[in-house]
Design a protein around this ligand. Structure first.
Ligand SMILES: [Zn+2]
Length: 257
């Protein structure tokens, strides 16, 4: 605990449900100082800061565009503690996972300092990812209900709005360290009669906010892109090709285990 640098943010309120999720983000800003200022500002003026936060990232009942997170991890791997884990921080905004929309009420948020898509997707640093892994292990130690399957990206819970932590985030390295998981495409027979319906069932089972419409609606396509961004980052087409289908089946099986 002591290695976290305290950087208290006033932007939080009470949790309304138990913690059962960790959401990873990139900050999408130039540097750690700007991100920390934004995430601890009690009354920012809209438009004062660049970055990915939008009005719908803010709690409906919160004052104008106040945002926060539990932790920030900078490029050197330093971890800053902004909001106590027991409190609800404001980082996920309009989102959905496993049919539930109040992600902030149940999630611990980790903002990883990285310029993101607005700054040409810089690499995450080794030290930074090492610290994220260590931090996740410490969080798992404090909350036994959290484990490798309970860590998601912001883009997973808000596929239509968000692309962070981005396709360059090394989920596989996290899986190797035991704080995430990495699927191998299943060799099972695929459901070729109605692949969209099968994919919608699997996406919803994994947690994505899709409806069983039976056709490739907007939400389904966005969820497929989010799934690819995380598990098959070389192709973000949103196309339900065979590899994507095999990976979907594999992830659904891992979640079911
Ligand atoms: Zn985010």
């Amino acid at each position: 605990m002591s290695r976290y640098i305290p950087k208290p943010s006033p932007n939080f309120d009470a949790r309304t449900r138990p913690i059962d999720l960790v959401v990873l983000h990139y900050t999408g800003m130039q540097n750690a100082d700007i991100a920390l200022a934004r995430l601890t500002d009690p009354g920012p003026v809209a438009g004062n800061y660049p970055g990915p936060w939008q009005s719908d990232d803010v709690e409906a009942d919160a004052p104008l565009v106040r945002v926060s997170t539990h932790y920030v991890v900078d490029e050197a791997g330093q971890v800053y503690s902004l909001v106590a884990e027991e409190h609800r921080a404001w980082h996920a905004g309009v989102a959905s996972w496993e049919g539930d929309g109040d992600i902030n009420a149940r999630a611990i948020g980790i903002e990883i300092v990285n310029g993101g898509h607005d700054f040409d997707l810089p690499d995450f640093t080794d030290a930074q990812i090492g610290s994220v892994i260590a931090l996740l292990k410490e969080i798992f130690g404090r909350w036994p209900q959290l484990n490798a399957k309970r860590v998601v990206g912001h883009s997973d819970v808000a596929p239509a709005r968000k692309a962070d932590p981005g396709e360059k985030f090394p989920w596989r390295r996290l899986a190797d360290a035991g704080v995430s998981f990495w699927p191998r495409p299943t060799s099972d027979e695929l459901d070729n009669d109605d692949p969209i319906s099968a994919a919608q069932q699997q996406l919803a089972f994994i947690g994505y906010g899709v409806t069983q419409t039976g056709y490739a609606d907007e939400a389904t396509r966005a969820a497929i892109v989010a799934f690819q961004r995380r598990f098959r980052p070389s192709d973000l087409s949103g196309h339900l090709d065979e590899e994507t289908r095999r990976l979907l089946a594999a992830v659904a099986r891992i979640i079911k285990q």
